[in-house]
Design a protein around this ligand. Structure first.
Ligand code: ADP
Length: 184
């Protein structure tokens, strides 16, 4: 399913983010940048050791990557030239600034992409796996952040790569609902 926002194609598909041929893929990382399970583990397995070496270098400079922030490394053996590592919030019931921090994870990723000349990138569903963010709320936040940035930037394509059909359905529904609010 595709949407057009300004000059940006925003697409939604079910798939594996490590297979994507966009210039960058986004990793749902944690503050240590040392890899882990879920999409993070899959990206490091497919991308090889170069990515973790760069992550270690970054962590030796900054200590830890704060929740809501993002950094960029090369893509190692991936098709994507870059990996943008973003830290989403752990869901703690909804009163610990989770919405704001998730918005910030998407905004920081797009900001880092823009500053590095990246024109196309793929996002996974940040925070909705091990971090437990409810998918309906997370998809609405993700879609709104990306559509709003796309309106005023020069990305050619922003892809959401969902790992299951129910997740894909939630994101497509969020996109359709958000499109309706901007057409009105
Ligand atoms: P978080 O810790 O931010 O919740 P997870 O990796 O646990 O991150 O999960 C985020 C989402 O990524 C989940 O929907 C999970 O199903 C999905 N996911 C896991 N592996 C992949 C993959 N290879 N490609 C795309 N999405 C993936």
């Amino acid at each position: 399913m595709d949407f057009s926002v300004g000059s940006t194609k925003i697409s939604f598909l079910r798939g594996d983010i490590t297979d994507q041929d966009t210039e960058a893929i986004v990793n749902a990382a944690n503050s240590s940048l040392m890899g882990g399970g879920g999409v993070d583990g899959a990206i490091h397995r497919a991308g090889g050791p170069e990515i973790i070496e760069e992550c270690k270098r970054i962590i030796s400079e900054i200590g830890r990557l704060e929740t809501g922030k993002a950094v960029i490394t090369s893509g190692g053996n991936l098709k994507a030239r870059y990996v943008i590592h973003a830290v989403g919030p752990v869901w703690r019931g909804g009163r610990s600034k989770e919405d704001e921090l998730l918005r910030s994870a998407y905004a920081s990723s797009l900001d880092v992409a823009g500053r590095n000349g990246v024109k196309s990138l793929s996002f996974p569903s940040i925070s909705t796996g091990a971090y437990g963010f409810p998918i309906d709320a997370a998809s609405a936040i993700a879609v709104k952040s990306v559509f709003k940035t796309a309106e005023k930037s020069a990305f050619s394509e922003i892809r959401f790569v969902l790992f299951s059909d129910p997740d894909l359905d939630a994101y497509v529904a969020a996109a359709a609902a958000f499109k309706k609010t901007i057409v009105k």
